[in-house]
Structure formats: structure tokens, C-alpha cells
Write a new protein. Structure first.
Length: 256
């Protein structure tokens, strides 16, 4: 008796839902108005830029060793201070250090690597190591060796994490000025099972693979440690990349 009553009640609810759905479908639909177009026809709104601002541009020269699964590279970053503050501290991301050990913020957050998996998953470890950072001028003449100022940041309290480091310049970079950083680094490519970058057989998917500066946004630096369930955030820029690869390698890239 109870089951039959419940079935009748359920049927009644389903019938009501169908009726409401049908009734609702008969109502005319009025789409919301579109936002005003930016520009001279929309006073108070800024015009749409022809291109995004290029405030962090990279010239990268790197070599991939597919046998050792390593990358060695140098980059020159041209960074323009688009804020209204003079800045002397500059954080950089080292995303692949999320796979450096079982103690990174990412590894702890995923809970993926248990003690029993360490031997089987040894190939999944990867890292990125900065060898030097210099503030340079034209023709890459060194203005200041920033390597002695390199410091890993731990805003989440995990002192074992190495996914963000900071360097400091002796003189601040004023608003509107451009600073040029020359960074030399090497990296171990993790296995493709770890996530969005890695190798599988002779295939290498290389992403977020070089030291990348944070974004000064809303009055402060946005350069969080690498968490397992977050996205990447960076300024727009022009990337000039030169890769040394084995003969016969097939390369798939975006850009020109």
C-alpha cells in the first residue's frame, strides 16, 4: 500500500513537471540585452585594443635530450612595469618542481604518490633548476647578478615546495620602465602520467617548462605555488623560441 501510494505520488509529480515544462516552453523567450560595444559609441567604456598588451616577452634557446629526458635552456625576459608602483622583487614560477618529490604542495594535494607507488612511479618525477639569474642591459651586458638573491617562496606554509622563487634588484623598476632578465636553467621531463606535460615513449609534450614571471595584479604579485587543481596565469607577450632537437624529430607548436 505504501509503495503504491508512493508510486502514485511520483507519477503525479512527474506529470506536473511535464505540464510545467510544456507550459513554460510556450512562453515567448526574450534574450537579455547585449552589453554596449566599447569605443566612441559607448561613452565611459575603454576602446578594444587592437592587440593585447605585450608586457612579458621571452626569447628562449633550449635543447632537448630525449635519451636523458632533460632540457637545458637560457631565456631573456623583457618585462614592462605596467603598474603605478616601483618594484624591486620579482617572483617566477617553476611549475615542474611540483613533480620534484612527494613533499611539494601539488603532490600533497593530489595524494597520488603513496609509499608503495614510489618505485613503480619513479619515472614520474621531474624538476626544474635555475642555474643563474641576471639583470641585463642592451647586448645582454650584466647590470646585476641576481642569483645570490634567489629565495624560494612559501605563501602556503609548505617549506618543502619549490614551485615559486623570487629575486630582488638593487634598484627598483619604475612604472613604465622595462627590465631584462637573463635566466639559465635545466630540467628533467617527468613521465606523461603526471598531468599536462611529460614524455611517453618517444613523444614529448612540453608545457609550462621554463621559469615564468608572475603577474603584478591589483596592487600585488600573483604568483601562487603550483596546486593540482588550478589554472595558469601570466601576462601576454611575444615568444621567440629556438629549439635544438634530434634530426628527424617532428615538432608541433602554436604560433608562426
Amino acid at each position: 500500500m505504501t509503495l503504491r501510494t508512493g508510486g502514485s505520488l511520483l507519477a503525479g509529480l512527474v506529470g506536473t513537471a511535464l505540464f510545467l515544462a510544456c507550459a513554460r516552453a510556450e512562453l515567448p523567450h526574450t534574450p537579455p540585452p547585449l552589453p554596449a560595444v566599447a569605443g566612441k559609441d559607448a561613452p565611459g567604456l575603454p576602446p578594444i585594443p587592437v592587440v593585447s598588451p605585450r608586457s612579458a616577452s621571452y626569447s628562449i634557446d633550449a635543447r632537448l635530450d630525449p635519451v636523458k629526458r632533460t632540457i637545458a635552456g637560457t631565456l631573456v625576459l623583457e618585462w614592462r612595469n605596467t603598474s603605478d608602483q616601483a618594484l624591486s622583487s620579482f617572483p617566477f614560477h617553476l611549475y615542474w618542481n611540483a613533480f620534484r618529490n612527494d613533499l611539494s604542495t601539488s603532490a600533497r594535494g593530489e595524494g597520488r604518490r603513496t609509499p608503495g607507488d614510489r618505485e613503480r612511479e619513479g619515472r614520474s618525477y621531474g624538476w626544474i633548476q635555475v642555474k643563474s639569474v641576471r639583470l641585463v642591459g642592451e647586448a645582454e651586458v650584466t647590470i646585476q647578478d641576481l642569483t645570490p638573491t634567489l629565495l624560494y617562496l612559501h605563501p602556503d606554509g609548505n617549506v618543502d615546495d619549490r614551485t615559486v622563487f623570487e629575486v630582488r634588484t638593487a634598484s627598483p623598476v619604475a612604472p613604465g620602465e622595462t627590465a631584462r632578465f637573463r635566466v639559465e636553467w635545466e630540467a628533467l621531463v617527468p613521465h606523461g602520467s603526471v598531468g599536462r606535460a611529460g614524455w611517453v615513449h618517444d613523444y614529448h609534450f612540453i608545457a609550462q617548462w621554463f621559469p615564468k614571471i608572475g603577474v603584478f595584479w591589483k596592487g600585488r604579485w600573483n604568483a601562487h605555488p603550483f596546486y593540482p587543481w588550478t589554472e595558469f596565469f601570466s601576462d601576454f607577450g611575444v615568444y621567440d623560441v629556438r629549439l635544438t632537437l634530434p634530426a628527424g624529430a617532428t615538432v608541433a607548436v602554436v604560433g608562426e
